[in-house]
Design a binder for this molecule. Structure first.
Ligand code: DAH
Length: 339
């Protein structure tokens, strides 16, 4: 009997099955009620008492091995992919819904790329700032209205901790650490305490550019601006500079571009003037350079800053600023082709 069990043991160890039906047949053959192992159990009664112990051990071993083997084969079927004839393997896969870049990210990237071609590299700074970097270092007078609670979000009523109101703060951060030549472009989010409407939001995005070196002139600024305008809005674009005031630049200017909707003819978008304002700029005020430890007798620089929403609005005609932060998928999908 032991020989029979041994040969069954070997059989069981080498079992294979190529599908679930074959496996079930094997299970019945060995472990079923009328199977081989049941038959052995029946025969067990006739085994002489002194052999019972040894034979019993063998039968148990056989039973266990058969059970394990069948389970093992079963698992291998369950984990294997099942193919049936009604699956069409030539069919195209379901389209994977890839996300698209947000319009503001697209425009930010384009602005940074254009300045990148002029040798500017990206610099970033914190959104939670202090008074020095946002205002004092940039020549804001103590009583400048921008410092007012009405315009600036202060954190926990501490007048020295605030959300930056412009990315000009990154100018100071870079100039404090680095001597000229400096040629940086600083994209980022800014915050102002404004009532939310179609044309104002409590947060928006800006890009600041700063170039400080020996002999940097207003002509250099103008050339960079013209290059930017043509790259961004097309080669026909004209620019116009109007005198303005910013505490951190002297002289300061605002730049208009010829209306890219009517081409300068006059339309409701440009209020029939043919021009639309897009950014502020100027020569870095010597006080700002000195505040950051740069010798204003040796170096000069220009700076400019623009709102990314404003540029996006001009490029893609988004009339309502709030759409940029609503995350309406129908709006975002409209920019799929620009990605
Ligand atoms: N910081 C200004 C603002 O938030 C924008 C700006 C104007 C930046 C003139 C400049 C500049 O660098 O020269 O409105």
């Amino acid at each position: 009997m032991i020989d029979k069990i041994k040969s069954l043991l070997q059989e069981v160890e080498n079992l294979t099955a190529s599908n679930a039906e074959e496996l079930e047949a094997l299970r019945i053959k060995y472990l079923g009620k009328k199977g081989e192992i049941s038959a052995l159990m029946n025969d067990f009664r006739t085994v002489p008492a002194e052999q019972k112990r040894e034979v019993g051990i063998y039968i148990n071993q056989l039973k266990e091995t058969a059970q394990n083997k069948i389970n093992e084969l079963k698992e291998s079927f369950e984990n294997a992919p099942t193919f049936s004839n009604d699956i069409d393997l030539t069919r195209t896969a379901y389209p994977i819904g890839l996300g698209t870049r947000h319009p503001l990210s697209l425009v930010k990237k384009e602005i940074c790329d254009i300045f990148g071609r002029l040798g500017f590299s990206i610099a970033e700074g914190p959104e939670i700032e202090d008074d020095w970097h946002v205002f004092s270092s940039l020549n804001f007078a103590e009583d400048h209205p921008a410092r007012d609670m009405q315009d600036t979000f202060f954190i926990q009523h501490n007048p020295d901790v605030l959300l930056r109101t412009h990315t000009s703060s990154v100018q100071t951060r870079v100039m404090e650490k680095q001597q000229p030549p400096i040629r940086i472009i600083c994209p980022g989010r800014v915050y102002r305490n404004e009532a939310i409407s179609y044309r104002a939001h409590c947060f928006f995005h800006q890009v600041e550019a700063l170039y400080v070196d020996k002999n940097v002139s207003f002509a250099d600024l103008k050339q960079a601006l013209l290059f930017f305008a043509k790259e961004m809005f097309g080669p026909e674009t004209k620019i116009r500079l109007r005198p303005s005031y910013f505490p951190f630049t002297e002289p300061s200017a605002e730049m208009d571009i010829s209306c890219n909707i009517c081409g300068g003819e006059g339309c409701p978008f440009c209020k029939h003037t043919g021009w639309v304002e897009i950014l502020g700029c100027g020569m870095v005020d010597p006080n700002v350079l000195e505040n950051c430890g740069i010798d204003s007798k040796v170096y000069t620089g220009y700076a400019l800053g623009m709102g990314i929403e404003r540029i996006t609005n001009l490029k893609y005609r988004v009339k309502d600023l709030r759409m940029f932060s609503e995350n309406d998928i129908r709006f975002l999908r409209e920019f799929e082709s620009a990605n």
